[in-house]
Design a protein around this ligand. Structure first.
Ligand SMILES: [Ca+2]
Length: 422
């Protein structure tokens, strides 16, 4: 596989000195909030009565849209409220997990070893999937591993109940309804059977955790047996993931992410900025680490620079394919986790620079204090919500630049203290 991509980097092979911590703990879920209060001022109906009334309305609405009433009633009738899917104010965790902890977990020793086994045991399927979709097997394996531990943890919630809970009331009414209609479409087309519909409380199904709209629009019957079996058939699941990435613009011959170094005078305000060509990055003093060089062909590829651990941590150029992975799950941490695991499956270390693991993260309340202070100093962060998003990082960069600090937009306790002391 790598031989196909190496036209962009002339490699001096670096042995995979992977130091992967073995903390393959499941992602921590937010603590359950206190039970929702039953009684609302708007109505005296019980939740069960409101849910039944919603079912009747949904069945009528679906029938009016041309779905067979009996089929819809049979499907929706037995649905029960899913307690996990109930709309509650999720409590903010005090500290969010640092990115290195997420990336370590993504490429844990057990996930890597299990992934190697899967690459071996599923080789014939991967050969066929790669040939059809031109998406590399290691990336597909990494998605399979991160989504469901290679099909081990697919969720055993009744999907109709979970989505009906969303559709009936709360913030996710529109989402729930759209997803239910996607399921009706698939059942109508005969792509899946109602008895297959299990998944996560959030509505994701099968080995690759497709929500119904994604399932309807991108799942394939790779083994051509008449059923899109993302739960039990590896070809269908991996073929569907490959089809999804392919349709979102995956480029077989291009890299996903390359670790780089920057010259001492580098202007970090380019971090998280617009994409530039490799030639432009080179002119700005950005070069691959570890004795690698860009080929002439690579010069015209576009890439964005990220430095999620700040200027002292790993710095990475991300290419079009990185953004394609984010179409699967819109998170930089996720795309990095997938890429680090996929490279590890090839025997390569995608990231070699140590993360600033000694840094002390700032709490949710500290993040709000940071945002209030930046607003007060005239750096507009928008709302004070305790979420360090692109706007807040942009404001941090502007403040850092004004103080002659590397403008990487990264914040931990010492930087926060400097800001608050101002
Ligand atoms: Ca099939």
């Amino acid at each position: 596989m790598w031989s196909k991509t190496s036209k962009y980097l002339s490699l001096i092979f670096i042995p995979a000195a992977l130091s992967l911590s073995g903390c393959a703990t499941a992602q921590s879920q937010p603590a359950p909030a206190a039970a929702a209060t039953e009684n609302t001022s708007a109505t005296q109906l019980t939740q069960a009565e409101r849910f039944d009334a919603w079912k009747a309305r949904f069945i009528n609405e679906a029938a009016s849209k041309g779905y067979e009433r009996a089929m819809v009633a049979k499907l929706i009738g037995p649905a029960k409220i899913n307690e996990r899917a109930l709309d509650r104010d999720s409590k903010q965790p005090e500290f969010s997990k640092p990115i290195w902890s997420y990336v370590d977990g993504a490429a844990s020793t057990s996930r890597l070893n299990n992934g190697r086994d899967k690459l071996f045991s599923t080789k014939a399927t991967f050969d066929a999937v790669e040939a059809r979709y031109q998406v590399p097997r290691e990336t597909l394996t990494a998605i399979w591993g991160l989504e469901t531990a290679y099909g081990k943890i697919m969720g055993n919630h009744d999907i109709i109940s979970a989505l009906s809970t969303f559709a009936f009331e709360g913030r996710r009414v529109k989402f729930g309804s759209q997803q239910l209609y996607a399921l009706l479409d698939m059942l109508k087309a005969g792509d899946i059977r109602a008895d297959q519909l299990t998944g996560s409380w959030a509505g994701a199904m099968g080995m690759t955790q497709f929500i119904p709209t994604t399932f309807r629009d991108y799942a394939v019957d790779f083994n051509a047996d008449g059923n899109k079996d993302l739960w039990g058939n590896e070809g269908d699941a991996l073929g569907s993931a490959a089809h999804y990435l392919s349709r979102h613009g995956w480029r077989w011959s291009e890299p996903v992410m390359t670790e780089v170094k920057t010259r001492a005078s580098f202007d970090y305000s380019h971090v998280e900025g617009p994409a530039k060509t490799i030639n432009e990055w080179t002119a700005l003093g950005v070069a691959p680490i570890g004795g690698q060089r860009w080929s002439a062909e690579a010069g015209f590829l576009e890439a964005k620079l990220i430095a999620p651990g700040g200027h002292r941590g790993p710095k990475l150029l991300t290419f079009k394919n990185f953004d394609v992975i984010k179409k699967y799950n819109n998170s930089t941490s996720y795309a990095m986790g997938i890429t680090v695991l996929a490279e590890a499956l090839k025997g390569k270390a995608a990231i070699t620079t140590p993360w600033p693991r000694g840094d002390k993260p700032i709490s949710f309340e500290d993040k709000k204090a940071l945002q209030r202070k930046l607003n007060a100093l005239g750096y507009n962060v928008g709302g004070v919500d305790g979420q360090i998003g692109p706007n807040t990082r942009k404001a941090i960069r502007a403040w850092q630049a004004s103080r002659g600090m590397p403008a990487d937009g990264y914040v931990e306790q010492t930087i926060l203290a400097k800001l608050l002391a101002q």
